[in-house]
Design a protein around this ligand. Structure first.
Ligand SMILES: NC(=O)C1=CN([C@@H]2O[C@H](COP(=O)(O)OP(=O)(O)OC[C@H]3O[C@@H](n4cnc5c(N)ncnc54)[C@H](OP(=O)(O)O)[C@@H]3O)[C@@H](O)[C@H]2O)[C@H](O)CC1
Ligand SMILES: [K+]
Length: 492
């Protein structure tokens, strides 16, 4: 068994290609199925040694084949086992047919399964090959098993969950434990799939890493492996300007708090200097709350263009609590050649007409990071959002390509995507991170990373990860102030 420590994520289509490559390289596919099914039976016996009966539900493909192998291994261990099949087992092909024959015992129709207290269900109906909503008879069994709260162990994926998108096609099992093979699939991390997997085990069935690497795309789980090499340990003697100067734009006098949350988080995240750029009317409100963060009065475009002559400002955060959409638009366009985190009102300012922003960022290294939640994403990319066939990862990558910026598509399953097609799914955010001011804090952390010289994709991915860690450290019931205070040093 390997821990879920391999960060690479493999789509079902890539997995099919990996299987084919493995077969071409002489690896016996039935041997792989045997390893997979045996891993499932081992998990079932380990987790439920007191089960009165194991009920293995087998589908019409190789996921079902894994189920027949598991059923045989459970029976051979002395357990009470029943197998119910979706479709006619005589129609099985290839390895699945061989596994069914090897099982040898009578198989009953799926519709005949009457869930009973003491049952442990092994769900081998559909895995990577699910291609449409599950049939009604499967949905009915899913409902009755859930209504009796019977434990379910899913083979590869809870049946009904699309391994590519994490979406439920029609209905799905809610598993207590899922055993997947070779590598995690995006659907194990994306919502709602992640919630339906229970604990996730990645079992190494013997496909060599080189075959995996040759086919795997550029999607991984977010973590230090992506950005560790930029997580410089700060030299305490370094001059504050060398540790990066971050500027955060404040809103008007009644909405200054969001910018201060970003600014404090930026300071905590390692920026050497942080300045709040405030309109005159809000300067008093900001001044009365700031100590370590500096204040600069920026009243309009003239002030800003003069300030931009100071080349020591490494990055800007624009949007939290900003309010004035017209001005946000002007400022963002003026900042096109600078590193910029665009959040909240900064994103909304480009609703219906984002073209000029994307054009301003089109040339040179990626400088723009946008941090939309669902609603903000739809404002900027309505056509991409409306494409129901695409996954959250597909949508984030499409938006990054179009905007020439890094997209941090927020949610419980935040996706970070770069214009070059790299993407990461974040998993360390506790549910209570969704609180007022949380996004402002995230923007400040990412801004600090940009100001310190991290490339945009890494700055964003590391920011999302640190934000999640801070949420876990601050604990349930946190406020955004607690969150900023809980930002920990980057792991070296
Ligand atoms: N290397 C590995 O990871 C290995 C994985 N194994 C297991 O194999 C499955 C993938 O097997 P595959 O046969 O490709 O797919 P499935 O078993 O998940 O499902 C395909 C069959 O299901 C039919 N189908 C799909 N959707 C529906 C639906 N909504 N209703 C009814 N039937 C459906 C599909 O029929 P088609 O008409 O679409 O062709 C297929 O008959 C993987 O998940 C692992 O568990 C190997 O055992 C070892 C190597
Ligand atoms: K399954």
């Amino acid at each position: 068994m390997s821990a879920a420590g391999n960060h690479t994520l493999v789509t079902p289509a890539e997995m099919t290609a990996i299987d084919a490559d493995a077969a071409r390289s002489g690896i016996d596919s039935y041997g792989l199925m045997t390893s997979a099914g045996t891993a499932v039976s081992a998990a079932a016996l380990r987790l439920y040694p007191g089960a009165l009966r194991f009920v293995v539900l087998c589908g019409p493909g190789n996921n079902g084949g894994d189920g027949y192998i598991a059923a045989a291994a459970l029976r051979d261990s002395g357990a009470d086992v029943d197998v119910h099949a979706l479709g006619d087992p005589a129609a099985l092909k290839g390895d699945a047919a061989r596994a069914c024959t090897a099982f040898g015992t009578a198989v009953k129709p799926l519709a005949d399964y009457a869930p009973t207290a003491g049952d442990v269900v092994v769900d081998a109906l559909f895995g990577a090959g699910l291609s449409r909503p599950v049939p009604p008879e499967a949905a009915r069994v899913m409902r009755t098993v859930a209504s009796q709260d019977l434990p379910v162990i899913a083979v590869d994926l809870p049946s009904g969950v699309d391994g590519r998108s994490g979406q439920v096609l029609g209905a799905s099992f809610r598993a207590r434990h899922t055993v997947t093979f070779v590598a995690r699939k995006p659907g194990h991390l994306l919502m709602p799939g992640r919630m339906l997997c229970g604990t996730l085990e990645v079992f190494d069935i013997g496909i060599p890493g080189r075959i995996l690497s040759a086919r795997a795309g550029r999607l991984s789980a977010n973590g230090p492996h992506l950005w560790r090499k930029y997580a410089f340990t700060l030299d305490p003697a370094a001059h504050k300007f060398k540790r990066g100067h971050l500027a955060v734009f404040s809103g008007g006098p009644l909405s200054t708090g969001a910018a201060r949350l970003s600014a404090i988080a930026g300071l905590r995240a390692g920026a050497g200097l942080v300045t709040i750029a405030s309109p005159a009317a809000a300067s008093q409100a900001n001044a009365s709350h700031l100590t370590a963060v500096m204040l600069k009065q920026i009243e309009g475009e003239d002030d800003l263009s003069q300030w931009l002559a100071d080349k020591r400002i490494g990055a800007f955060v624009l949007g939290p609590g900003f309010g004035d959409l017209q001005r946000a638009r002007q400022y963002a366009l003026m900042l096109g050649s600078h590193k910029l985190v665009l959040d909240a009102d900064g994103i909304t300012a480009f609703k219906d007409d984002p073209g000029p922003l994307f054009k301003a960022c089109a040339k040179g290294e990626t400088r723009l990071v946008m941090t939309p939640h669902d609603g903000e994403f739809a404002r900027l990319f309505p056509d991409i959002e409306a494409d129901e066939a695409s996954s959250k990862v597909d949508r984030a990558i499409a938006a990054a390509k179009r905007s020439h910026g890094v997209i941090v598509y927020k949610g419980a399953d935040t996706v970070i995507a770069a214009p070059d097609g790299r993407a990461a799914i974040n998993t360390n955010a506790p549910p209570w991170l969704a609180t007022a001011g949380s996004g402002d804090t995230l923007a400040g952390i990412i801004g600090a990373h940009l100001a310190q010289g991290m490339p945009a994709f890494e700055a964003a991915a590391a920011g999302v990860w640190r934000h999640g860690r801070a949420g876990a450290k601050a604990g349930e019931g946190l406020t955004a102030e607690d969150l900023a205070a809980a930002v920990e040093p980057l792991p070296a």
